[in-house]
Design a protein around this ligand. Structure first.
Ligand code: NAP
Length: 309
């Protein structure tokens, strides 16, 4: 039986692995469908402490991976479909068979919800379509951008982008924002933000270099189509946490995020089961906060395992 299995190779999972490996727990990390997590889809990361000139997202994750392996962590490609947890033994049922472990760190992340429209996938990550203003906003200095969505995330992204961009157009499918009043008010009153209501984004169109040139929207009541010229499209229509296998086992909030025990960011009500990163955090969702949770989860697991012997 393993001491500890860490689910996910994003910032949270790999940081947990570094700490667990350095504590001689010989951790096994299971890599899911997106090795390296969400950061591998970002170009430059400028806000991870310690990199004054920024670092490529893929390279950052590759460094974390090498660091974890250097201390003895093992990485296996396996997707967990089902789990069976008890205090003494945790069973993970994967496509390749069953694994048994004393403790688990769930760091399965979240995936940004996408529009699934033509042009989106083709220009995602580096060509003008993105899901993270905090990560990519600075690359759109003095440019016109569009934010899609009407919730707190879309408002936060739009407000953040006003620091760099010449104009921000918020496109929402209804005539009212879902965001909290205070966020909505800030957006509606901001001189750089224009709102386009009752509009569905139908397509993202490229320029001759294959980068974003405009979006095609259609009015939801009249069906009339219109083009909005822009260099960046920030999609902020929510995230989907990767928590499906745990939904009958651990408490999840209404949006599917894992809820840690009261008074802890990473412990759960089940002994030996810890959570870290975006699968349990819809508020901060940053690489550094995910790494911090991964560190906490590994230290909590180490202490709990020591108590069991
Ligand atoms: P959200 O509240 O679920 O809002 C998603 C928005 O995207 C909604 O306006 C929704 O439209 C729209 N949308 C969803 N699917 C769409 C589609 N296929 N096409 C077009 N539009 C679509 O998600 P969120 O904004 O990411 O927020 C998630 C949670 O985190 C919320 O509880 C939020 O309060 C919280 N949060 C808080 C803060 C903060 O306090 N600073 C910041 C970010 C997030 P409809 O309105 O028509 O449904």
């Amino acid at each position: 039986m393993e001491n500890i299995i860490i689910l996910g190779t994003g910032c949270a999972g790999l940081t947990a692995a570094i700490y667990a490996a350095r504590a001689n727990l010989n951790p096994l990390i299971l890599e899911g469908k997106q090795p390296g997590g969400q950061l591998t889809t970002t170009s430059e990361v400028e806000n991870f402490p310690g990199f004054p000139t920024g670092i490529d997202g893929f390279m950052l994750m590759d460094n974390l991976r090498k660091q974890a392996i250097k201390f003895g962590a093992r990485i296996q490609n396996a997707f967990v479909n089902e789990v069976n947890f008890s205090k003494e033994k945790k069973i993970l049922i994967t496509g390749n068979g069953e694994l048994e472990t004393k403790s688990v760190v769930i760091a399965t992340g979240a995936a940004p919800r996408l529009l699934n429209i033509p042009g989106e996938k083709e220009m995602y990550g580096g060509k003008g379509v993105t899901t993270c203003a905090t990560c990519d906003g600075a690359f759109y200095k003095d440019m016109d951008v569009v934010v899609v969505g009407g919730g707190d995330s879309a408002c936060e992204e739009a407000l953040f982008l006003t620091r760099f961009c010449s104009s921000v157009t918020l496109v929402h499918r209804r005539d009212q924002l879902r965001a909290s009043n205070i966020m909505a008010q800030r957006v509606l009153e901001h001189e750089k933000i224009e709102t386009v209501w009752n509009a569905k984004v139908k397509e993202i169109l490229p320029n001759e270099n294959g980068k974003v040139d405009s979006i095609k929207i259609s009015d939801t009541s009249t069906g009339e189509n219109k083009l909005i010229s822009c260099k960046g499209v920030f999609i902020a229509i929510g995230h989907v946490p990767n928590t499906q296998p745990f939904k009958e086992i651990l408490p999840l909030d209404a949006n599917g995020y894992l809820i840690p025990s009261a008074g802890s960011m990473v412990k759960t009500d089940l002994e030996g089961i810890y959570v870290a990163g975006d699968c349990a955090d819809h508020v901060f969702r940053q690489a550094i906060t995910a790494a911090g949770m991964g560190c906490q989860a590994a230290i909590e697991a180490e202490r709990w395992l020591a108590e069991q012997n």
